[in-house]
Design a protein around this ligand. Structure first.
Ligand code: PMP
Length: 444
């Protein structure tokens, strides 16, 4: 069957696709059928090099047998069990395993783990924990949150409220939140390798918002230590340290959303480790199960956990949880994933490749329309000048062209984002960059 007949045989009517221009997609579908190692295979049998680890999830690459076997074993042993007033060993085992790698290491004591089913759920959970904790220590007036312009924290009502992607917010009502300024500042930072030198003053916005609302109204500030979905925006040197200091000064909790930076993306287990700045709560998902079974987790500090445990012993300390919190099959997938990460050194492997990655990416400087290149760990971004009147159109064309030639990249606005599986070999770094370079030349 050729491509047209294969896709024509498929009914595209019923699946309402997320974050997709459905009508445009369904007119010219791109369909993946298999995945193994660093590659997808599309429905026509063409190999597609995975430049994005799926959606920043498949850090150990695709088709990992160990995970498949663990999932099958768990499904046939016990498919589901509730974790409300009940438990099962594998959820405790997985939390214990995660605690061994908890953000910030043992000293940070961020090792109390609340399971969720996704990044969005992790964010809403962290926001609720923040409010509940503040209340438990007599700070019940602290119900407001501070996020950032261009922040992405998933799609729950909490997440869109603290998030700063206009398209995420425009249609829906929100909970009280304010946003710190957060700009890319290409003028000052273009083509800086690693962390940008300029922009630490952006952190002063937290002090400004405290002045505006009063510290006693603010529960927490949430940021991605390195933001991904808004186009890979790296924190300027010293910026996160400054946020931490201001938050501490005013009794405001600091939440790091590590849904994409967690599990080795920057060359350390977490962004918290990479930046050496310790928040009070850390949200995760994606890489926690290598993308295989939906799951997320919030790491909370012992101070927060102990604070909430101080009430009456027969009361539910946090009136919150999901049917799938600590789902046994997800925990099995997660444990197998962590074993792979440990055995293959994947939580730190990106550190050894980051230099090569940086050099390869920056070789694209000078190609048509490229106005900035950014990199950190195994994350990359190539920023293109917008086509007049059509933000994102040029990058979208490059994305489609790359896919047709066998490379999966991600587009957000006019940024082409890269985040390959952490098992990537040096030659594949070269392949990704040369394929992208060719597409950029064709786009000219
Ligand atoms: N936070 C961040 C930083 C993310 O990048 C994402 C997803 N890309 C989310 C939250 C939401 O995760 P999910 O799509 O699993 O709900």
């Amino acid at each position: 069957m050729d491509h047209a007949s294969k896709t024509n045989a498929l009914n595209l009517d019923n699946f309402w696709m997320p974050f997709t221009a459905n009508r445009q997609f369904k007119a010219t579908p791109r369909l993946l059928a298999q995945a193994d190692g660093m590659y997808y295979t599309d429905v026509d049998g063409n190999k597609v090099l995975d430049g994005t680890a799926g959606l920043w999830c498949c850090n150990a690459g695709h088709g990992r047998k160990k995970i498949a076997q663990a999932v099958e074993r768990q499904l046939t042993t016990m498919d589901f069990a509730p974790t409300f007033q009940m438990g099962h060993p594998i959820a405790f085992d997985f939390a214990t395993k995660l605690a061994e790698h908890a953000p910030g290491g043992a000293a940070a004591k961020l090792d109390r783990v609340f399971f969720t089913g996704s990044g969005s759920e992790s964010v809403d959970t962290a926001l609720k924990i923040a409010i509940a904790y503040q209340r438990s220590i007599g700070q019940g007036t602290r119900t407001r949150f501070i996020g950032r312009e261009k922040g992405y924290h998933g799609v729950g009502f909490g997440g869109i409220s603290v998030g700063g992607l206009v398209n995420n917010r425009r249609v829906f009502p929100q909970i009280p939140a304010d946003h710190m300024r957060h700009t890319l500042d290409i003028e000052r930072n273009a083509f800086s390798k690693g962390l940008p030198a300029h922009g630490i003053e952006l952190a002063d916005d937290l002090e400004r918002l405290v002045g505006l609302h009063g510290a006693e109204t603010i529960a927490a500030v949430i940021v991605e230590p390195m933001s991904g979905s808004a186009g890979v925006i790296l924190p300027p040197k010293g910026y996160l340290e400054k946020l931490r200091a201001t938050a501490t000064k005013h009794g405001i909790l600091l939440i790091f959303d590590e849904v994409i930076t967690g599990f080795g993306r920057l060359g350390m287990p977490f962004g918290t480790d990479y930046f050496g700045v310790v928040p009070d709560l850390v949200t995760t998902a994606k890489g926690i199960t290598n993308g295989t079974i939906p799951m997320g987790a919030v790491f909370a500090s012992r101070t927060i956990y102990d604070g909430l445990m101080a009430g009456p012993e027969n009361a539910i300390e946090l009136f919150h949880g999901y049917t799938y919190s600590g789902h046994p099959v997800a925990c099995a997938a997660g444990l197998a994933t962590m074993e792979i990460y440990e055995e293959e050194g994947l939580l730190t492997r990106a550190a050894g490749l980051a230099g090569e990655w940086e050099e390869a990416l920056h070789s694209l400087k000078g190609l048509p329309h490229v106005i900035d290149i950014r990199n950190l760990g195994l994350v990359g971004a190539v920023e293109l000048a917008s086509r007049e009147g059509a933000v994102g159109a040029r990058a979208y064309d490059v994305f489609v062209d790359c896919f047709q030639k066998g490379l999966l990249v991600r587009v957000t606005g006019d940024t082409i984002a890269l985040s390959p599986p952490l098992i990537i070999e040096k030659e594949q770094i070269g392949t990704i960059v040369s394929m992208l370079g060719d597409a950029l030349k064709r786009a000219a």
